[in-house]
Design a protein around this ligand. Structure first.
Ligand SMILES: Cc1cc2nc3c(=O)[nH]c(=O)nc-3n(C[C@H](O)[C@H](O)[C@H](O)COP(=O)(O)OP(=O)(O)OC[C@H]3O[C@@H](n4cnc5c(N)ncnc54)[C@H](O)[C@@H]3O)c2cc1C
Length: 397
């Protein structure tokens, strides 16, 4: 349990935020609860938590929490995003005006008129012993007229061959682009994806493989594929070279993060884009096993080359344990680094990106709630403000 030393010498009227991790509910890895109480209520609260099987994670005096973090609600003070800005910094960038993104290409190719791109490359991204299949697939766009241009953070659509159960052509599926706008070859004429083969058992116990993901994972170089798009403006990077970027990814959610990180740190890419990133980038990556980590060597290389600008934190659920002895999920890492994350969020230049399976959202939300509460912040009120300021960006599927 983390108990702030500042708790000593506080009067009974001071308020404290108590964060506790509850007993496991269903299959969820952890449940966090927060309570704001006065010191003379500690003993009753601790008794109640103990009886329910909850463990206390931290006790922090509200007075020690973010300055100006009040909206008049004493028990859950909420920082005004603008007010949290360190006074030295210009406050104007705390709530950046809606980015126009007018110049970002969208829907150059629509499902009725897709571009036929040839597969250049298709290789496995996972190692022996991994769970499932994930492929890196590159398409040639050099024949596209009009040009199929895209930027980091966008997606493209793929229309698989064949027909569905009703005999109708298959519908388009979206995939996050995994290459920068210059492509993996820096020649501005390719696009790459990171595709996981969907695999599950139906109610009858039959093994089912997803239509489009299987089509892509099995596709041979030289084959032509119907491509649409690009689409999406939710996951675009800010233009500011001094922005800080926190990335939370699980599985193929790494695709947009790979584009950001290459844009920031890959030497040929930096030359091609002229964008001299000077901020701090922090990637939290969740995977079930080490063999399932995607692009791991690249990220380790950037971490070594840019130790002041890039940090890489992994949560490998089946191999690492969280502080409670359970599986280590990305939300456990978020909670471990709560102080640093929220100190970064106080800086209006910090933007957070979350991408992966939809199931990751509740866990991250719980961790952010608990982490925020330890700083006296109500995450449910802060999150929409960050979103409005284009600083909280989520793409889950
Ligand atoms: C914006 C966006 C970005 C995306 N980016 C990526 C990416 O980068 N990489 C990637 O691999 N995917 C990505 N996806 C997911 C992708 O679009 C497809 O949904 C995925 O590949 C599955 O398509 P499929 O044709 O293989 O599956 P389908 O044959 O269409 O099967 C999917 C259907 O199977 C059923 N199903 C799925 N799981 C189960 C289960 N466990 N139990 C029972 N039924 C189930 C559901 O009905 C589901 O609709 C993204 C999606 C979006 C919206």
């Amino acid at each position: 349990m983390r108990v702030s030393l500042a708790a000593a010498g506080q009067s009974d009227s001071c308020l404290f935020t108590v964060v506790a991790s509850g007993p496991q509910a269903g299959s969820r890895p952890s449940v966090f609860q927060t309570h704001t109480v006065a010191m003379n209520q500690f003993s009753a609260l601790f008794k109640q938590l103990g009886a329910s099987g909850a463990k206390i994670v931290s006790v922090t005096p509200v007075s020690e929490q973010i300055p100006a973090a009040t909206n008049g609600n004493e028990s859950h003070p909420v920082p005004d995003v603008a007010k949290v800005a360190p006074t030295k910094k210009k406050v104007t960038s705390t709530a950046p005006k809606a980015k126009p993104h007018g110049d970002v290409p969208v829907n150059t190719y629509k499902p009725k008129n897709p571009y036929l791109g040839k597969v250049k490359d298709n290789y496995s991204l996972v190692k022996d012993g991994a769970i499932g299949r994930v492929q890196h697939i590159t398409f040639d766009l050099s024949e596209a007229d009009p040009k199929l241009q895209y930027v980091e953070g966008q997606s493209i659509g793929i229309i698989p061959e064949g027909t569905d159960a009703k005999g109708k052509p298959h519908k388009m599926r979206l995939y996050s682009i995994a290459s920068t706008r210059h492509g993996d070859n820096y020649e501005d004429d390719t696009v790459s994806l990171c595709v996981r083969q969907l695999e599950y058992k139906n109610d009858e116990g039959e093994q089912i493989f997803g239509v489009c993901s299987t089509y892509l994972c099995d596709i041979e170089p030289g084959s032509s594929v119907k491509i649409t798009g690009p689409v999406g403006k939710e996951m675009l990077l800010p233009d500011d070279e001094e922005a800080n970027i926190i990335m939370l990814a699980t599985g193929t959610g790494i695709a947009p993060m790979r584009t950001y990180i290459r844009r920031m740190f890959e030497s040929r890419e930096r030359k091609a884009n002229g964008w001299n990133f000077k901020g701090k980038a922090w990637l939290f990556m969740g995977a079930p096993k080490t063999a399932n980590l995607l692009y791991d060597e690249d990220f380790l290389h950037y971490e070594k080359e840019f130790p002041d600008n890039f940090r890489y934190t992994k949560a490998i659920s089946r191999e690492q344990q969280n502080s409670k002895g359970g599986r280590m999920y990305i939300q456990d890492r978020v909670l471990e680094h709560a102080d640093e994350i929220f100190t970064m969020i106080e800086d209006p230049k910090t933007h957070i990106y979350l991408c992966g399976l939809r199931g990751m959202e509740p866990g991250i939300d719980e961790a952010m709630t608990a982490a925020a509460a330890a700083k006296g912040i109500d995450w449910s009120e802060l999150r929409p403000k960050l979103k409005k300021a284009h600083r909280w960006n989520v793409e889950t599927y």
